[in-house]
Ligand binder design. Structure first.
Ligand SMILES: Nc1ncnc2c1ncn2[C@@H]1O[C@H](COP(=O)(O)OP(=O)(O)OP(=O)(O)O)[C@@H](O)[C@H]1O
Length: 324
């Protein structure tokens, strides 16, 4: 039982080792009830590993964690009834219809046949799937599948919802639709949401607090707006007309010690001194005879925080946790 029932999630000195590899390194983290929390970081940082531990799918190597009032490893069944989980590629039956999948899930969570029918009607309506309820899952679009995954995670009305990259691969219309549903679940139904995503704009829009992971450790933790403010520096972005220019730009970024990244033909740099860095960049581009398009100087986004905390040698900007 709990020392700190105040928290939805409470992680203390948690470590996970895969053989010799340390995937989670002495992690401490708290999430209060009602929060919409984003757990972010590059591929391989350890996000899924933590979700698997908190959802009782995997045991930690050392350390402790509580979900609600239950300590991981003590009463995992109680934890499972307290949480909803929508992980990537989790087994649903593609040959069953949407309704049949939901009914099966209700029965697995111990609802009676009658309660199940009523709960399924409610969820189909809430997630805009009533019309498609009798279609087999294999005919569902990506957006419909994600909405069904969410509905499946909610059949037993959990207080805490874990979502592992819930909008990956969705087009903007379906992504925004899912964002609205998630906001409703958090704001209106009061469900605590623990989300991982590679889309930092999504975390910025949805989450009241985020943590950035790097190599199994949390390197920054705060509200998205505080993290952006702390970064402070303006961002320069521009595109080049040909990918042939990119290797030279990458070399220059490295040589001039600029914090930058390249996506396709687009370059993004975090300045240290806006005017000096803009001047240095434009002069070099001119001397290198590289013409650019869409040259912008703007305030930092959560993407820039990501680059700063995951690429900087010291790794991280100020670490702020909510207090008890
Ligand atoms: N079962 C396993 N055995 C060995 N190593 C593993 C295992 N599962 C994960 N890892 C390693 O642990 C590290 C953390 O993996 P994890 O899946 O938690 O990262 P992640 O942050 O969720 O990454 P992604 O964003 O790519 O999903 C990675 O280096 C991964 O290769």
């Amino acid at each position: 039982m709990s020392e700190t029932p105040h928290f939805a999630i409470n992680v203390r000195h948690l470590t996970k080792q895969y053989g010799d590899f340390l995937a989670l390194n002495n992690l401490d983290l708290t999430v209060a009830y009602g929060e919409f929390f984003g757990f972010l970081g590059p591929n391989g940082a350890g996000k899924t590993t933590l979700i698997k531990i908190l959802t009782t799918l995997m045991a930690p190597s050392t350390g402790e964690a509580w979900v609600g009032e239950y300590r991981i490893g003590d009463d995992d069944e109680a934890i499972r009834s307290h949480i909803g989980v929508a992980l990537q590629d989790v087994g649903v039956d593609p040959l069953l219809t949407g309704r049949e999948n939901l009914l099966l899930q209700c029965r697995l969570f111990g609802l009676s046949p009658r309660q199940s029918q009523a709960r399924v009607d409610e969820l189909l309506d809430q997630f805009g799937l009533t019309t498609a309820q009798h279609q087999r899952l294999r005919t569902y679009s990506g957006g419909m599948r994600r909405r069904l995954d969410l509905a499946l995670a909610l059949v037993h009305k959990p207080l805490i919802l874990f979502l592992d990259e819930p909008t990956t691969g969705l087009d903007p219309t379906n992504r925004f639709m899912l964002w609205d549903l998630l906001r409703q679940l958090n704001h209106d139904a009061g469900i605590t949401i623990f989300l991982t995503t590679q889309y930092l704009e999504e975390a910025d829009v949805l989450c009241n607090r985020v943590a950035f992971m790097r190599q199994g450790q949390i390197v920054a933790e705060d509200t998205p707006s505080h993290l952006k403010q702390q970064l402070g520096h303006d961002v320069v972005t521009f595109s080049v007309p040909s990918p042939d220019h990119i290797p030279r730009i990458e070399q220059w970024l490295q040589k001039s010690n600029m914090l930058g990244s390249v996506t396709g033909q687009r370059v993004r740099m975090t300045t240290r001194d806006t005017l000096a860095d803009v001047a240095q960049t434009t002069m070099w581009l001119q001397s290198a005879n590289i013409s650019v398009e869409d040259f912008h100087v703007s305030s930092p986004s959560l993407d820039d925080v990501f680059l700063a905390v995951t690429n900087s040698p010291e790794g991280g900007i100020r670490h702020a946790q909510i207090s008890e």
